[in-house]
Write a protein that binds this ligand. Sequence first.
Ligand code: ADP
Ligand code: PEP
Ligand code: K
Ligand code: MG
Length: 576
Amino acid sequence: MSTQAIHLLSPSFPSSRSLSNLPASSRLLSINPIYLPFTLRRHAFPLSCNCSSSHTPVLSSDNGFGSKSVVAHATASAIDVDAVTEAELKENGFRSTRRTKLICTVGPATCGPEQLEALAVGGMNVARVNMCHGTREWHRNVIRQVRKLNEEKGFAVAVMMDTEGSEIHMGDLGGAPSAKAEDGEIWTFSVRSYSPLPDRTANVNYDGFTEDVRIGDELLVDGGMARFEVIEKVGPDVKCRCTDPGLLLPRANLTYWREGSLVRERNAMLPTISSKDWLDIDFGIAEGVDFIAVSFVKSAEVINHLKSYIAARCPGCEIGVIAKIESIDALKNLEEIIRASDGAMVARGDMGAQIPLEQVPACQQKIVRLCRQLNKPVIVASQLLESMIEYPTPTRAEVADVSEAVRQRADALMLSGESAMGRYPDKALSVLRSVSLRIERWWREEKRREALELPEVASSFSDRISEEICNSAAKIANNLGVDAVFVYTKSGHMASLLSRCRPDCPIFAFTTSTTVRRRLNLQWGLIPFRLSFSDDMESNLNRTFALLKARGMIQSGDLVIALSDMLQSIQVMNVP
Ligand SMILES: Nc1ncnc2c1ncn2[C@@H]1O[C@H](COP(=O)(O)OP(=O)(O)O)[C@@H](O)[C@H]1O
Ligand SMILES: C=C(OP(=O)(O)O)C(=O)O
Ligand SMILES: [K+]
Ligand SMILES: [Mg+2]
């Protein structure tokens, strides 16, 4: 093997090898007085399993780029990798892999097994279920189908459960898919649950509604999809005149405004996690979801509370808590919230109903940057391709919006209505895919490596070593133009530190647990693999090369950097 190795070894490296083993061609970087390098043996790689025959092609699909790809699965093999990524790597090599992760909200349009599989084949990394809608039975069925797909067809789709939160919203419109409010019409918004629902009436889920609103207030449906003026209060009913006609959708969000400001009366006291949310959270824990996204977070306290609840309720289970930034309070307490969370979502839908729309883009950029600095995955959500709910192609403006989120290097983009109830879920996903790939490539071609300062996030000296190793490895990777960085990580932490650096090449993250592997699927540039490995990097690398070569995912001569969080080492080498 051509071992152009750089070794960077930490104090924890076992001291059984001597400095004289260091090949003349290798360079030694040190962060510690103990230099204990090792070299990789040049030998034939034993094939520890019959990998190539263990994966059976299960489907052939058009991946949205005009090429047919065979998607394979490999339940019995010693290394688990996402079937779609495997096909991409085989076909087009390292540079073809998408770095930006994609989340699809699953709804009536996509809850069937074939539809879910089509999304997985189309590149869905995370499936989101929104507890605002549907029954628990419905959600359970979706979650189990996703798990089945992972087990049977070699995907690693993570599941994110999104809580309803204590938002004020309308009821179900008596089963109608939508209702049109026309200019000047008088509508009744009532805290009484009418059934059947009279014409031009909507139920409101918040008991304090009639007390909070005042005559003259402006009532906005879905942040302005329709507007009303409050003209009269009659017991539990609030009469409103439509001033901006629009479509009302079931359970649409309601906000009320007074003299140009959002009214936050008793509703500001509503708990972030309602009693229904706690039941949903228990359900999510029982169903083994990977992430819980918390709606309308106001402070770090609620995140800490939920995290300790999960830890007590399910010791050892690793559910990531994602803070949805969608309220004025969340923006006020942004940094402490992000620090407390395992990631954040720029929930532009509700955010745009709480702050002036023109402020949303700046908030997005700020949240994306801050998350990256604090090493937390960040999701940009809502209305990315809204017109594709009805039309098969996006608007130019939507493509520009998606491009901007990719250019900001957000970890993930999310589809909501486009995949939950739209007419073209697969097409919408394929637009996210192609735009991400194109913008990422453009970025690399232009060598636009932004000078975003990455502050130290480590909380211990050992973590600092990992952090410095990752920062250096990313720099080396870019300067040498390596094909991939390999990282062996048990907790996933070192993979996330590497992802934070947003290197030019993909990051192969090897981890021993399927749970960690699914969680890493939310993070920028990571290709998570499940692999059992030891503390012996030499044998880990030998095994990995053999397994990946046997499956056609890497080739002799590819230049890779390998890191490990057990040894805290960096090596640069050509695949033998
Ligand atoms: N589980 C579900 N059951 C029925 N409809 C759903 C479901 N999930 C999502 N939807 C539909 O998709 C739309 C977009 O989803 P999403 O953005 O998650 O919700 P919301 O519009 O409430 O913020 C919803 O308004 C709803 O009409
Ligand atoms: C993602 C969002 O939350 P939800 O769809 O649950 O309202 C949002 O408001 O943008
Ligand atoms: K929600
Ligand atoms: Mg929201």
